[in-house]
Design a protein around this ligand. Structure first.
Ligand SMILES: C[S@@+](CC[C@H](N)C(=O)[O-])C[C@H]1O[C@@H](n2cnc3c(N)ncnc32)[C@H](O)[C@@H]1O
Length: 298
């Protein structure tokens, strides 16, 4: 398998309703599958700017005069686009989460399959790794992150077990963490619970929900009227934020009303929620939890 198989490629790119000479952004370049799909639909005057905070993604850079790859966090999208002289765009595609390359690189620590240092940083320059979180966070913070990001009922027990184990010696590897928590990993649900634990840690390491919120707020500001947002998320925490933001233009509460009492909202939903076909899930099991939402800027 290559770097990454793009999920719902056709659906996500079609959702952008690409204009020949438009300016587009792919904020999660990865292996560049979606970017290539966009370029194929773009004319010679079109432009595509992509972001990825992982320097491994730079290996997949596309040599094309219409294309530019920026090795930065997409939470700063608006600032970097402005720096390149771009103040508004016709469409933005996002395909969140971890790439297959990141999951399958044993030394990155994302996968429950490999014994590796507790890392999980998408940006290898970041200060905070999974090891910092597991060994330095207060018990109450660990409990919250397992509960809020892992939706784990056993959050208090997991946090306690970690704090007890690390008082004897630091927990440095994925398998040491697994060993520490083994009492809470019944055989039947072993991988599922462990994956939820890893997901919770990963969300915290990479500050994923905060980046997602900054991204959506920026997207609202830079999309032209009629511009499209095409967003793929992989778990309910992400999808909930995307869904609410598309509906209301905000994450909590109700939007303002105009003088006629109608809600003032920034987006119009385009079509229904899209999920991968059975055939796609069969070919690419990692697409199974994907949800694609498309919206148009009003
Ligand atoms: C699921 S992969 C994208 C795959 C891509 N669509 C393709 O077709 O190959 C997600 C990518 O987004 C990157 N990423 C995740 N969060 C990011 C963020 N906040 N800023 C920049 N890149 C991010 C990851 O490093 C990863 O390479």
């Amino acid at each position: 398998m290559g770097y990454h198989s793009p999920v719902m490629l056709e659906e996500a790119v079609t959702g952008l309703s690409i204009k020949n000479d438009g300016v587009y952004v792919d904020v999660t370049f990865g292996g560049g599958g979606h970017s290539r799909g966009i370029l194929e639909n773009l004319g010679s005057k079109g432009k595509l700017i992509a972001f990825d905070q992982d320097k491994d993604a730079l290996l997949n850079n596309i040599s094309d005069s219409r294309f530019l790859l920026i090795n930065e966090n997409f939470k700063h999208m608006r600032r970097f686009l402005k720096f390149k002289g771009i103040n508004s765009v016709d469409g933005i595609l996002a395909d969140f989460g971890v790439s297959s390359h990141q999951f399958d690189s044993p030394d990155r620590g994302f996968s429950i399959r490999f014994d590796a240092p507790l890392d999980m940083r998408m940006n290898q320059e970041n200060q905070i790794s999974a090891q910092t979180i597991i060994n330095e966070y207060k018990e109450s913070d660990l409990k919250h992150l397992f509960r809020d990001y892992g939706e784990l009922r056993l959050a208090p027990a997991l946090a306690r077990a970690i704090v007890e184990a690390r008082s004897l010696s630091p927990i440095k590897t994925t398998f040491q963490l697994k060993e520490t928590l083994k009492t809470y990993l019944p055989k039947a649900k072993h991988n599922k619970i462990l994956a939820q634990i890893f997901q919770a840690i990963r969300i915290e390491v990479n500050n994923e929900l905060e980046a997602l919120k900054y991204f959506l707020i920026d997207a609202k500001r830079i999309l032209k009227t009629g511009g499209r947002l095409s967003v793929i998320s992989y778990h309910s925490l992400e999808d909930r934020l995307v869904k609410r933001f598309i509906r209301n233009g905000m994450f909590n509460g109700e939007p303002n009303r105009d003088i006629f009492g109608n809600y003032k909202v920034p987006f119009k939903k385009v079509g229904k929620l899209i999920t991968p076909t059975e055939t796609e899930i069969e070919i690419n099991n990692r697409s199974r939890s994907a949800k694609l939402r498309i919206a148009e800027k009003l």
